[in-house]
Design a protein around this ligand. Structure first.
Ligand SMILES: C[S@@+](CC[C@H](N)C(=O)[O-])C[C@H]1O[C@@H](n2cnc3c(N)ncnc32)[C@H](O)[C@@H]1O
Length: 211
């Protein structure tokens, strides 16, 4: 996966994304929002905000910043900001989640919903989440990770060469991601259909940053 193939995949997917991935991923997005420790006036950054399906779920007294590398996906998010009157959504911009322009400690919470297996370099994305989040803040991730079930696992392995076409890496292991990034998970919950996806709530252990 490189940035060009990500942008190509999501330019193709943008117009149908909500139909195919709206309802099926919705419980995971809801679980993320329900588990956030937010106070009025807090600032939240959503990495890979896509078509903005999470935006209406966030509390209205929290400032939301959304970034993505796909302009066609962001156009759909901007439409939701208008149609749902989301005045608390302050920014929806083309920014690479692996190298943002935000200063250190700019946010109380960073969220990555169905993104860490899509970005070209997941460890860099998590490092960036740590950098821009306050030391006492949290990182919340929801994603599918490689299945330990032998049949599903074999299927996902077979799909792996098609990553650039399907727009995500089907065979990334949760334990590898945690090992590579030193993520400090405080809560872990299985979500969505067949509990096939995982939500990870993490303390912002800045000291574990790789770079
Ligand atoms: C599977 S979609 C998830 C969208 C949304 N978070 C949701 O819940 O439906 C993955 C999104 O990550 C974006 N993305 C991939 N790599 C990125 C990067 N390096 N920086 C920012 N966004 C990225 C894609 O453009 C796409 O919109």
């Amino acid at each position: 996966m490189d940035l060009t193939s990500v942008q190509k995949a999501y330019r193709r997917l943008a117009s149908t994304y909500d139909t195919f991935f709206g309802a099926i991923f919705h419980p995971g997005r809801k679980a993320v929002v329900e588990n956030l420790d937010l106070s009025p006036g807090d600032r939240l950054l959503e990495m890979g905000v896509g078509t903005g399906l999470s935006l209406p779920l966030y509390p209205r007294d929290v400032e939301i910043y959304g970034i993505d590398v796909s302009e066609p996906m962001l156009e759909k998010a901007r439409e939701k900001k208008v149609s749902h009157h989301l005045d608390n959504v302050k920014e929806l911009e083309v920014v690479d989640a692996e190298a943002t322009h935000y200063p250190d400690d700019a946010f109380d919470v960073t969220v990555a919903a169905y993104v860490v297996t899509v970005v070209p370099n997941p460890a860099k994305c998590i490092d960036e989440m740590r950098r821009v989040t306050k030391p006492e803040g949290e990182l919340v991730i929801v994603n599918h990770f490689h299945s330990e079930n032998p049949v599903l696992g074999a299927f996902e392995k077979a799909l792996a060469p098609l990553s650039a076409t399907v727009g995500f890496r089907p065979n990334m292991r949760e334990r590898d991601l945690i090992e590579q990034t030193g993520l400090e998970v405080t809560e872990r919950r299985r979500v969505n259909l067949f509990r096939y996806w995982t939500m990870l709530k993490c303390r912002n252990n800045k000291a574990a940053r790789a770079s």
